[in-house]
Design a protein around this ligand. Structure first.
Ligand SMILES: Cc1ncc(COP(=O)(O)O)c(C=O)c1O
Ligand SMILES: [Zn+2]
Length: 408
């Protein structure tokens, strides 16, 4: 049992909440963050001790929510490869370029980290029914962990979600509703069901533990570089939990004396069809405005108004980073270029970061010798519809599966 959690704290008004209870948002509407006694932890836990832990994100259990070791719901999430992209780096003019490949997580995306933690805590708190609005990958991950935990999963996704997400959720036995609208419309339906059906709402940042799982991406990159941080991190930003989580991880590590005060430039990448965070950054605002008519093939970035926009923007500004948008055409080109150069087939969200990197090297924002890490948040295999626009097959071929002509 981990007993280093002191309380939960509102990221907007600072109100404190007791740990070990079911919580969603603060009464002021702010997301809650989990706080630990890092001073005490510093005396008992070291970076060296991490390496003897399990080969999953649960090696960081002392800075994860308090669970009884036996109740962890794990499918082996985390400890993903950090691969040097030498060929692509050469052609782009970046000599120290790395890709953190989150596509190798269970269900093929980094969402596994957050949902392993959230479902573990749901089980710990006696919750039997969970519900989520999702752009796709969070739904797949929640359905998988709920199946592993034996609890009921209710999924609300846009009707045009990638086919992989729909089929995964159905295969995992979740109750799936396809919604004519965006994730914001799905969120309203989950909130209604939470009231009427007693579901626990696992929406991004309305639930305090997904971020704790995702922050392990920050611990892991430090561990993989020998407890050093890179000069810049590119992160495809939808709800922004990845950036917010990593930023929290860096602060925790500094407080434990594991790293110094230097931070990577945090670079939030969005797409031209949905860039509320980029617009707020450019307009010097702390909150974003709802992005109308959001559209992009990078389904995970189709979040018109992230709840934690101010936390994303704070991290970007404090780090000396920036926010940048790329077009769908550019990101598909970049994804194919990465695949050809490095043998890595990444999600459009990860590919967007390659395109953003190219622009920031050209503008001189980044220098060729800087150590740069791109987070590829998902596997390209989950996005065959998006990439198939570049590689259409001859008439009728799509209908053949394993040599069989599928019925119409
Ligand atoms: C592949 C992928 N990348 C990035 C994101 C955005 O994640 P975050 O909420 O951390 O910004 C998503 C969200 O659905 C996603 O599925
Ligand atoms: Zn508050």
């Amino acid at each position: 049992m981990n007993n280093f959690v002191t309380h939960l704290e509102c990221s907007l008004c600072g109100a404190k909440f007791e740990a070990g209870k079911v919580h969603n948002l603060c009464h002021c509407g702010g997301p809650l963050l989990v706080k630990y006694d890092l001073g005490k932890l510093r005396q008992t836990w070291t970076p060296e001790a991490v390496t003897s832990g399990p080969h999953s994100m649960w090696r960081y259990a002392p800075v994860l929510p308090p669970v009884n070791g036996n109740s962890i719901v794990s499918l082996g999430e985390g400890m993903t490869p950090l691969v040097q992209a030498e060929n692509l780096g050469k052609s782009l003019g970046a000599s120290d370029l790395w890709i953190k490949d989150e596509g190798l997580n269970p269900t093929g995306s980094f969402k596994a980290r957050g949902l392993s933690c959230a479902v573990t805590m749901a089980v710990e708190l006696g919750i039997k029914k969970v519900a989520i609005p999702s752009a796709g990958n969070a739904a797949s991950a929640m359905a998988a962990y709920a199946a592993a935990a034996g609890i009921e999963a209710h999924i609300f996704m846009p009707r045009d979600v990638p086919q992989s997400n729909f089929i995964e959720c159905k295969a995992f036995g979740a109750r799936v509703t396809l919604v004519d609208g965006l994730i914001s419309d799905c969120a309203k339906m989950v909130a209604a069901g939470a009231q009427s059906e007693g579901w626990f709402d696992v929406s991004t940042l309305k639930e305090p533990y997904r971020i704790e799982g995702k922050k392990t991406m920050g611990y892991e990159v430090a561990e993989q570089f020998g407890w050093q941080l890179p000069d810049a991190i590119f992160y495809p930003t939808g709800g922004g939990v990845g950036i917010i989580g990593m930023w929290k991880a860096f602060a925790e590590m500094e407080e434990m004396g594991w790293i110094g005060s230097k931070r990577p430039k945090m670079i939030a990448v969005q797409t031209e069809g949905c860039q509320p965070v980029v617009r707020a950054y450019e307009e010097n605002e702390r909150r974003s405005r709802f992005w109308d008519d959001a559209h992009t093939v990078a389904a995970g970035l189709r979040v018109p108004k992230p709840l934690g926009d101010f936390l994303i923007l704070d991290a970007v500004r404090e780090s000396g980073g920036t926010c940048i948008a790329v077009s769908d055409e550019e990101l598909l080109d970049a994804g194919i270029r990465l695949a050809t150069d490095e043998g890595m087939f990444v999600a459009p969200e990860g590919a967007a970061c390659i395109s953003a990197l190219e622009k920031l090297l050209q503008s001189g924002f980044l220098k060729p010798q800087e150590k740069i890490v791109i987070y590829n948040t998902g596997s390209g295999l989950k996005y065959l519809e998006a990439y198939s626009t570049r590689f259409p097959r001859n008439g009728g071929e799509q209908d053949k599966l394993g040599g069989l002509v599928t019925p119409r």
